[in-house]
Design a protein around this ligand. Structure first.
Ligand code: ADP
Ligand code: MG
Length: 247
């Protein structure tokens, strides 16, 4: 079978915590502009997979290649610089700052600027903040203190703080947990909007949401891949029904 170009190739990935293999010989491939959703029961190793990709946890065996570059030996910081952004389960925004300021401080610093260039840069930052605010449904809330946003809006803001860094691979861990049905629908819309030249990996339990966004689904169980394919395919896989969807 001919494979489309993939951005991320995970092969034989294993991590052992005191002999317990939280991720066990896992291989999967994510394509350009794909939204991949990882599902599976609690403790399956989903979050650990993201920890391994972003370098927070070091693998015991295996390889993670991003656009052909091996990530397993790189620092977290270097991995961010390669273009990988990751959102954790709990939003980490600056509650006392405004939406604008939260986005502004997330704008990549780049090289130092001098004199006349500062104005140009200010205009660039403002344009980027406004563009991202539009994408995350917060264009009318730029001056609002982030602490006053709804739970869902805080989640979007954190996604925005990643988007402003223009990652090529964005990873989100349970982004719609605690959101209203309407906010979940909007989040699906948001994700479907941002895949131009970008791949997204999402961990989620909400099957309606998964259905709304997933190009392909990878099902994890006890650190291993249980099933993979379209939502339709994994939903009707008896192994998946037995260990996950049946509950
Ligand atoms: P999921 O996100 O699918 O619910 P996790 O990846 O968080 O699962 O955890 C998978 C398993 O690995 C769990 O049994 C968890 O307790 C264990 N685990 C995760 N991180 C560590 C760690 N740093 N040290 C020891 N055990 C860990
Ligand atoms: Mg988890």
């Amino acid at each position: 079978m001919k494979r489309k170009d993939f951005v991320l190739a995970v092969e034989g990935l294993t991590v052992s915590f005191d002999g317990f293999k939280a991720v066990n010989d896992l291989s999967f491939y994510v394509e350009e502009e794909e939204i991949r959703v990882i599902i599976g029961p609690n403790g399956a190793g989903k979050t650990t997979v993201l920890d391994l990709i972003c370098g927070k946890t070091k693998s015991t065996h295996g390889s993670i290649k991003f656009r052909g570059k091996e990530l397993t030996k790189m620092t977290e910081h270097a991995i961010v610089n390669e273009g990988i952004g990751r959102k954790f389960q709990n939003p980490s925004i600056y509650e006392d700052l405004t939406v604008f300021e939260n986005l502004e401080i997330s704008f990549p610093r780049g090289h130092s600027v001098f004199g006349a260039l500062v104005f140009k840069r200010d205009a660039e930052v403002i344009a980027a903040v406004e563009e991202v605010a539009e994408t995350i449904f917060l264009a009318d809330s730029l001056d609002k203190t982030a602490g006053l946003l709804s739970h869902g809006q805080k989640q979007w803001l954190e996604i925005g703080m990643l988007l402003i860094q223009k990652p090529d691979l964005l990873m989100l861990d349970e982004p719609v947990a605690g959101m209203s049905v309407a906010e979940r629908k909007q989040t699906a819309q948001l994700l479907n909007r941002i895949t131009k030249n970008r791949s997204v990996i999402v961990i989620e339990h909400d099957m309606q949401f998964v259905e709304d966004i997933a190009h392909r689904v990878t099902v994890l169980h006890q650190g291993k891949m249980l099933s993979e394919g379209s939502m339709q395919k994994v939903k009707s896989d008896p192994k998946v029904v037995e260990v996950y969807l049946g509950h």
